[in-house]
Design a protein around this ligand. Structure first.
Ligand code: ATP
Ligand code: MG
Length: 192
């Protein structure tokens, strides 16, 4: 395969980059939108960090794909799982969920402040805020002070109004129909 990553590191429109994007709403496509962006950016040799808040374990199709990228592209990607291997919601969250999510945030915060990546995806960060585990004012403060060129993406339902306010792009994905409502549960290869 051609390695297109060698000579095009400088984006001609670089000055136009560096926005905060939010993918929220109850429809399907928030995490996959962010993963699509990661693939696009990696193909331009950007350094990309993906923090998967609330998601542990290795049963994710996207992890399998990312692990099998070409060595050059893989070198530019870091994936951090900041959660346990289970679905959490307000009623079942415990200290271990909290610890994993907070550690993920500390890593993300340092990466933002130290300008270590060109694209940072904070998958399900909105959920971590909504659960009360991440402090929205701290997150917003870090976002406000991000390096100019850095693009940051936050996904997850129930985006906080303060996050929406600081963002430059907010897409709310609404379910007109979702097979979930007919009893179809998460499917391997489609939902994870
Ligand atoms: P994708 O990862 O496919 O882009 P998403 O990030 O938009 O989806 P999330 O809101 O993160 O979706 O939901 C993750 C999973 O939660 C879904 O794949 C689905 O299996 C499950 N889920 C739980 N409750 C619902 C619901 N009411 N409607 C739809 N999905 C739900
Ligand atoms: Mg998601």
């Amino acid at each position: 395969m051609n390695n297109k990553c060698e000579n095009n590191l400088i984006n001609p429109n670089w000055a136009q980059h560096g926005y905060i994007q939010v993918y929220t709403g109850n429809g399907k496509g928030k995490t996959t939108a962010s993963l699509g962006l990661a693939m696009r950016a990696l193909g331009r040799c950007w350094k990309v960090l993906i923090v998967m808040f609330t998601k542990g374990g290795n049963d994710y199709g996207e992890l399998n794909s990312f692990m099998n990228l070409s060595p050059t592209i893989k070198d530019n990607l870091k994936i951090v799982q900041a959660g346990l291997d289970r679905v959490i919601y307000k009623e079942n969250q415990n200290a271990l969920d909290e610890k994993a999510i907070k550690e993920g945030w500390e890593l993300a915060k340092k990466a933002i402040q130290n300008d270590e990546y060109q694209l940072i995806i904070l998958d399900e960060a909105n959920i971590a805020i909504d659960l009360g585990i991440l402090d929205v004012d701290e997150v917003v403060d870090v976002l406000k002070n991000k390096p100019e060129e850095m693009e940051i993406v936050l996904t997850g339902r129930n985006a906080h109004e303060k996050v929406i306010e600081v963002a430059h792009l907010v897409s709310k994905i609404e379910p007109i129909k979702h097979y979930w409502d007919t009893g179809i549960v998460a499917r391997k290869g489609i939902e994870y």
